[in-house]
Each structure stands twice: as structure tokens, then as C-alpha cells.
Design a protein around this ligand. Structure first.
Ligand SMILES: [Ca+2]
Ligand SMILES: [Ca+2]
Length: 165
């Protein structure tokens, strides 16, 4: 099954708002936009219509049901407001991890190798940021975030490192 694009990107009130703040008001606005019949719940059909109207990816009813099911806490086959917020959160988290993975790949010693070494860090800094660092400096940077002390940065360690900066 193909993964639908993040739902939140398809809501017009999101597109018009420059800030990506997740205020209650803002989520409320998105929620109401999805909730066509105003019963305070989002059905798979509503989710689907909404994606279509807003020019998002065409979603099959089965796919919409699967999305709803993934966040449906009380099992009624509909999304209440809290479920909806959780769904958005989960999707944003997924999005964040995806872009982190991309960044990580650029620093990896070997594509798919799963670690950043002092050498690969040095190369990536030079290529991507035009920063010339010595291997020693790169070793030092790695040491700072190398939690398990294996001398390289794993994706998990990289993730924590990025959260700190
Ligand atoms: Ca509804
Ligand atoms: Ca490590």
C-alpha cells in the first residue's frame, strides 16, 4: 500500500498559514475542515473527500480506513479530535525522521552503512558546508555525541545530536 502524503499539508488553512505552529486553534481549524458534516468526528470518507478536494493524493477508501484505524483510540472507526491530533503528531514525527535520515545519509561513511566516521564527517562538512576541519576536530565532534563509545555516530546518536542543535 502506498503511503499517503502527510494529511496536514493538504488542508488549506495550513497552506495559508506561514507558521507551522500547532496551536489548538490551528488544529481545530484543520479538524473542522476535515469534518464535513460537523459531527465532531472524521470518517474515512471525509478524510478521503478532503484529500481530493484539496488536491492531495487520491486516497482509496481502504487506505483512508487504514489511516483512520491507525489512530482510532476508541475503535468506532472514526477520528475524534484527540485521535486526529495524535495522527498529525505521528505524521510529523515520521516526516522529521525521514528528513533526518536524508541528512544522515549525506554524512554516512558508506551508503547504507549506518554510521558516520571522522573521515566521512570531514568530507561531508567540506562538501556540503564548505567547512574545512581537521580529522582531529572531527574526531572530537564525534566523541562528544558518541554515547556507546564505538567511535562512530549511529543514526540514533545523530538524531540526538540534531535535536540538541
Ligand atoms: Ca464527520
Ligand atoms: Ca556510537
Amino acid at each position: 500500500m502506498e503511503k499517503p502524503k502527510p494529511i496536514i499539508a493538504n488542508a488549506p488553512c495550513v497552506i495559508s498559514s506561514k507558521s507551522k505552529s500547532k496551536s489548538k486553534q490551528y488544529l481545530d481549524c484543520v479538524f473542522r475542515y476535515f469534518d464535513e458534516n460537523g459531527d465532531g468526528k472524521i470518517s474515512p470518507g471525509e478524510l478521503r473527500d478532503c484529500m481530493r478536494v484539496s488536491g492531495g493524493e487520491e486516497l482509496s477508501l481502504e487506505a483512508a480506513e487504514a489511516v483512520v484505524q491507525s489512530a482510532d483510540s476508541d475503535g468506532d472507526g472514526l477520528l475524534g479530535f484527540d485521535d486526529f491530533v495524535n495522527l498529525i503528531d505521528a505524521q510529523e514525527e515520521e516526516e522529521r525522521v525521514r528528513s533526518l535520515k536524508e541528512a544522515f545519509e549525506a554524512y554516512e561513511a558508506k551508503k547504507g552503512g549506518g554510521c558516520i566516521t571522522a573521515k566521512s564527517l570531514r568530507r561531508a562538512l567540506r562538501q556540503r558546508l564548505g567547512e574545512a576541519r581537521s580529522v582531529e576536530e572531527c574526531r572530537e565532534m564525534i566523541r562528544r555525541y558518541d554515547e556507546n563509545g564505538d567511535g562512530v555516530i549511529s543514526f540514533e546518536e545523530f538524531r540526538k545530536m540534531m535535536m540538541m542543535v
